[in-house]
Design a protein around this ligand. Structure first.
Ligand code: NAD
Ligand code: ZN
Ligand code: ZN
Length: 336
């Protein structure tokens, strides 16, 4: 099968023939139809984070495909089912986090396209218990980004604690952010879109943003405080430290700042203001299997739709190049 492989950090991916993997106990073989390209895949290929992926690795955790073969003891799926390969590839199922419906915090987890081979390939093997069931009637290419960008931003909005009618600011209107905005609207929030590129903000307007702000032209925190008295929640899905600092300063008293983007960096959190203003700073990592079901249902109901352009697996290095330069509007999805 054809696969895109990271052999060395910061080098180009090698698109090559590798052997089709065999599903083991509890696993399935999936014939991939589509896989979204997430900025996390780029972090993986660059080795950006403190915990590195295995090498060589096949990235890809927004994969959609059809079950082609069942390993031993798989009873929950059948050949022909359509499933999604997520970031939460596998968890232990037995720790305190797994038992309390917080399996994204499991210390013994595998991640798709990082610690396990992912879906930038014609076939992928995954544990049956952790793949997502794709609802009927949705297009594989369009639904692919929901498997990471969708579930992640849906979950981040949930943990923000914002309620219908509240103002929510989204920093970074890229692959995650353009979907975050749509969930925010569908959940009854007023949405503020912040990016540093006007074309991203144009898209944000089309997708229903109530206010758009170019962080290169004005101070977004000041603007948000002036216009709406501060946001109840600010979600940063950008890959730049400054966006996180601005997000912090955008929230009103009692508000929450949700960190989602993953630059390997730090921001100062002023103790006095955080205490006096009762501000919460939270991290949010993808979503549980239950969050995934809900996030997919929003898309199946037509309330959220990823804006996608397609590419072939041979183009993966060009796609990464464009992503690094911020030249992708919406999400690029590899089509097999
Ligand atoms: P992307 O490249 O598609 O989008 C990033 C966006 O941020 C771009 O639109 C860019 O113009 C914008 N941006 C850059 N600097 C900015 C600034 N100073 N202010 C406002 N906007 C700015 O990336 P993506 O696929 O959406 O991923 C974003 C980040 O989220 C990555 O770091 C990725 O690893 C991370 N991520 C985290 C989770 C999680 O579970 N926490 C899940 C998926 C992705
Ligand atoms: Zn992702
Ligand atoms: Zn566990």
């Amino acid at each position: 099968m054809k696969a895109a492989v990271v052999n060395q950090f910061k080098e180009k991916l090698e698109v090559k023939e590798v052997e089709i993997p065999t599903p083991g106990n509890g696993e399935i073989l999936i014939k991939m139809e589509a896989c979204g390209v997430c900025h996390t895949d780029l972090h993986a290929a660059h080795g950006d984070w403190p915990v590195k992926p295995k090498l060589p690795v096949i990235p890809g955790h927004e994969g959609v495909g059809i079950v082609e073969k069942l390993g031993d003891n798989v009873t929950s799926l059948k050949i022909g089912d359509r499933v999604g390969v997520p970031w939460l590839f596998k968890a232990c199922g037995e720790c305190e986090y797994c038992l309390s419906g917080q399996e994204t915090l499991c210390l013994d987890q595998l991640n798709g396209g990082y610690s396990a081979d992912g879906a930038f390939a014609e076939y992928c093997v995954a544990p049956a218990d952790y793949v997502a069931r794709i609802p009927d009637g949705v297009d594989s290419v369009e639904i692919a980004p929901i498997l990471c960008a969708g579930v992640t931003t849906y979950k981040a909005l949930k943990v923000s604690g914002a309620k219908a009618g509240d103002w929510v600011a989204i920093y970074g209107i890229g692959g995650l952010g353009h979907i975050a905005l749509q969930y925010a609207k569908a959940m009854g929030f007023n949405a503020i879109a912040v990016d540093i590129q006007d074309d991203k903000l144009e898209l944000a307007k089309e997708l229903g943003a109530d206010i758009t702000i170019n962080g290169r032209k004005v101070d977004p925190a000041e603007e948000i405080n002036n216009k709406v008295g501060g946001a109840q929640a600010a979600i940063s899905v950008a890959v730049t430290k400054s966006a996180f600092e601005q997000a912090y300063h955008s929230v009103k008293r009692g508000g929450s700042v949700v960190l989602v983007g993953l630059p390997n960096d730090e921001i100062p959190v002023p103790i006095f203001d955080t205490v006096l203003n009762g501000v919460s700073v939270k991290g949010s990592i993808v979503g549980t299997r239950k969050d995934m079901q809900e996030a997919l249902q929003f898309a199946a109901d037509g309330k959220v739709r990823a804006i996608v352009s397609t590419a072939k697996i041979d183009d993966i290095n060009d796609v990464f190049d464009k992503m690094e330069k911020g030249k992708i509007n919406g999400r690029v999805v590899l089509e097999f």
